[in-house]
Design a protein around this ligand. Structure first.
Ligand code: DAT
Ligand code: MG
Length: 140
């Protein structure tokens, strides 16, 4: 399989607890390369657009408020099978159900404050990367 790119966010609960290095170590140990990275405060509009697929869910407001509550680190990760591999490294959405050694098992606070986002499909990866990075900011 060819090299693939996925979009990642280290969420506010991770930046607040100074865990970005610990999480990046797990990412890199899994063989994923961080080919773009920046720390940003996202706007409410950006958060609403990013999570628009969940806008009818009861937790939507809480999710948006959480995502704008502190800085996040947005990243592009590159590797063989990067999309599925990063989902595996992240662990299940609910940290209580995540496998040992995954980012969410080791670090997430709760199902809502679960430390990381990762794209779930090639189409979404493309859209999400383009929301935060221009092509010349990604250096593979
Ligand atoms: P994932 O982040 O694993 O792709 P998702 O796309 O289903 O999970 O949901 C997006 C985010 O929404 C998730 O990371 C945290 C929040 N969320 C999901 N289900 C939730 C729930 N039952 N209660 C609170 N927040 C939830
Ligand atoms: Mg998702």
């Amino acid at each position: 399989m060819a090299l693939e790119r996925t979009f990642s966010i280290l969420k506010p609960d991770a930046t607040e607890r100074n865990l970005t290095g610990a999480i990046n170590a797990i990412i890199e140990k899994a063989g994923l390369r961080i080919v773009a990275q920046k720390r940003v405060l996202i706007t409410k509009e950006q958060a609403q657009r990013f999570y628009a697929v969940h806008k009818e869910r009861p937790f939507f407001g809480e999710l948006v408020d959480f995502m704008i509550s502190a800085p996040v680190v947005v990243q592009v990760l590159e590797g063989e099978n990067a999309i599925a591999k990063y989902r595996e490294v992240m662990g299940a959405t609910d940290p209580a159900k995540a496998a040992a050694g995954t980012i969410r098992k080791e670090h997430a606070r709760s199902i809502g404050e679960n430390s990381v986002h990762g794209s779930d499909s090639p189409d979404n990866a493309k859209v999400e990367i383009a929301q935060f990075f221009s092509e010349n900011e990604i250096v593979g």
